[in-house]
Design a protein around this ligand. Structure first.
Ligand code: F6R
Length: 609
């Protein structure tokens, strides 16, 4: 997803902008650019491709100046290309803009501006913003921006630099994250904290409908209508070093290995020291309100949605409340049935996913109470929900989500147990039993990580195929869906996850000699049934990797390879069984020579619809 950086101060801005953009690479992008005010006026360098391309352009033709804006673009309007890259300018080249998000009425505005003689060089909606600001400019850039944004519909974060007032940067936020970093004699703009963390830890987080005017010595915050705002500075004590690779070849592998710690951190003080109950102080709902919940909707996208599929089964089983899980992009438009007794759980690692946020807003508009499960404190999802359960996974940099998913599962276990406590659907002894099993998960996850050599060998075999299947029943099917997504997104191998009992209704036709099938058989009550389904695919030539509990070793007779995972309670198994699937995807991607951390066409944080 796009990234924004801005700098105003005494230092050379080029290197600061580049280093900020590098910190935002993890969001995914396909082109990059910077605009700097130099002695020749506003100058721009931009290029399709990785930042290295821009960097080499800047080495050949450096931009010298202490005020600038930079951008990494993830194409939405118009293909990735030099001309579509940001910053964009008007035709006089006096107003430069970088922009995240979408301007919905840009075609309308473009036509209007063309009638007034404006000429455009890109296919983007962003270019329209710079022309609109130029059109509105009458000697005051802040007013021109305010007038321009009144005409714009959509969701965006923008940063503006004009040659007419080269002692100022203007930043605006409307439904796309933006922060302002405060330094000594210098100030910064970032679409995300890592962009500026190298230079300052003091930030203002802009809210929707707010803007900031930066000079090197001052930052003024105001609403887009121009009313000044007083805001407390936020001190970031998060350490960027924790987000570096720490000796692993890729962020994804590092993050897979961080899971045992992330489980511990997420459970943290939320389990009573005597292991008798869950303490969720972050839930402000009264016990009476919790007892009154009649139904639950889980809204999320991608991997977070898959965590929601597990969450559905967990809550239904522990609390006996009907739960529906739905992807945000569907939920937001289908007029969901929400009553005052409906609880909506919005799950999002980044807390900025546009579809999840829109689903959350729709649920709130219809009167639901919303609990967020997110990894980013202060994110939009966190700020707009009524209550927030933070997953303490730490920053997740690899595009493929791993520790965020498993900590989302932990959050569901904690929430499910807490609700069961309040509603009395579980006995004290049952709660203790589940808590004791939860406590064992970090060490059990660690043991699976130690088996990565075996998984690597299977992954290298899988990497030679273009199609494969994941099968499982019940919770195993939910995990299979996540395993399949993980494999697809980073190895580019096509795979399908199927409920094991459903294969015979059509999909079995695709099973042919040698096709890899990963069969999850961790649910004791369904073990025999799954074994029958494994036999169905084996009989048709599939090469099967079974994943089962340590005490189900007899499965080895029915599969080609067997990987066992430490035994836990069936309901907790997803927090373990997904780990081999994450490693499988990782090693298959590696074997195919792909860019593991930054798979093609994908972005870490999807802040457009
Ligand atoms: C897959 C992946 C995506 C995200 C999805 C939602 O590995 O990372 O499917 O899970 O884009 O993102 P968040 O959780 O940030 O809302």
């Amino acid at each position: 997803m796009c990234g924004i950086v801005g700098y105003i101060g005494m230092r050379d801005s080029q290197d600061i902008l580049l280093s900020g953009l590098k910190k935002l690479e993890y969001r995914g992008y396909d082109s990059a650019g910077v605009a700097v005010y130099t002695e020749n006026g506003l100058e721009i360098r931009k290029a399709e491709g990785r930042l290295a391309v821009l960097e080499s352009q800047l080495q050949q033709k450096p931009l010298t100046g202490s005020i600038g804006i930079g951008h990494t673009r993830w194409a939405t309007h118009g293909k990735p290309s030099d001309s579509n890259s940001h910053p964009h300018t008007d035709q006089t080249m006096k107003f430069s803009v970088v922009h995240n998000g979408i301007i919905e009425n840009y075609l309308e505005l473009k036509e209007e501006l063309m009638l007034k003689g404006h000429t455009f060089v890109s296919e983007t909606d962003t270019e329209v913003i710079s022309h609109l600001i130029a059109e509105e400019y009458q000697g005051d850039i802040v007013m021109a921006v305010q007038k321009a944004i009144k005409r714009m519909r959509g969701a965006y974060a923008i940063a503006v630099l004009t040659e007419h007032e080269p002692d100022k940067l203007v930043a605006v936020r409307l439904a796309s994250p933006l922060i302002i970093g405060i330094g000594e004699g210098e100030n910064f703009i970032g679409s995300d904290i890592p962009a500026i963390l190298e230079y300052t830890r003091n930030v203002y987080i802009l809210n929707d409908g707010e803007m900031a005017v930066l000079t090197k010595d001052r930052v003024e915050l105001m609403t887009i209508e121009g009313n000044f705002i007083a805001r407390e500075m936020f001190h970031v004590d998060w350490d960027w070093v924790t987000a570096e690779k720490g000796g692993y070849d890729h962020f994804m592998l590092k993050e897979i290995h961080e899971q045992p710690k992330a489980y511990l951190d997420t459970m943290g003080s939320r389990i009573a020291t005597d292991d008798s109950k869950i303490i969720l102080n972050e839930i402000s709902m009264s016990e009476q309100e919790i007892r009154g919940i009649q139904r639950i909707h889980v809204v999320a996208c991608g991997t977070a949605y898959h965590a929601g599929l597990v969450g559905k089964q967990v809550i239904e089983s522990l609390v006996r409340i009907p739960v529906e899980a739905e992807v945000g992009s569907e939920y937001r438009y289908r007029s969901p049935i929400i009553t005052k007794d409906t609880l909506v759980i919005a799950v999002s690692q980044s807390g900025e996913t546009a579809d999840t946020l829109a689903a959350l807003r729709e649920a709130k508009r219809l009167g639901a109470r919303v609990v967020a499960i997110t990894n980013v404190v202060g994110s939009s999802v966190a700020r707009e929900a009524d209550d927030v359960i933070v997953t303490w996974a730490g920053p997740e940099i690899a595009v493929a989500s791993t520790k965020a998913y498993t900590t989302q599962l932990i959050a569901f276990y904690l929430l499910g147990l807490y609700m069961a406590q309040v509603r009395g659907t579980l006995e004290g002894a049952q709660i203790r039993e589940i808590i004791a099993a939860l406590r064992r998960l970090p060490e059990q996850a660690q043991r699976i990580l130690e088996q990565q050599g075996e998984i690597k060998a299977y992954a290298e075999l899988v990497a030679e195929h273009d199609n494969m299947f994941f099968i499982g029943r019940s919770l195993d099917y939910a995990v299979a869906q996540e395993g399949s997504l993980k494999l697809k997104e980073i190895s580019y191998i096509h795979s399908e996850a199927y409920p094991a009992g459903e294969l015979k209704h059509g999909t079995l036709a695709l099973i042919e000699e040698g096709i890899p099938v990963i069969a999850l058989a961790t649910q004791p009550e369904l073990f025999e049934k799954t074994v029958s389904n494994i036999k169905e695919v084996k009989a048709r030539g599939a090469f099967v990797l079974g994943i089962a509990n340590a005490d189900d070793e007899e499965l080895v007779k029915s599969v080609d390879r067997l990987l066992t995972i430490p035994k836990t309670l069936p309901i907790l198994t997803p927090a373990l069984s997904v780990i081999p699937l994450q490693l499988l995807a990782y090693y298959a991607s590696l074997a195919r020579g792909n860019d593991v951390d930054k798979p093609r066409n994908l972005a870490k944080s999807v802040t457009v619809e």
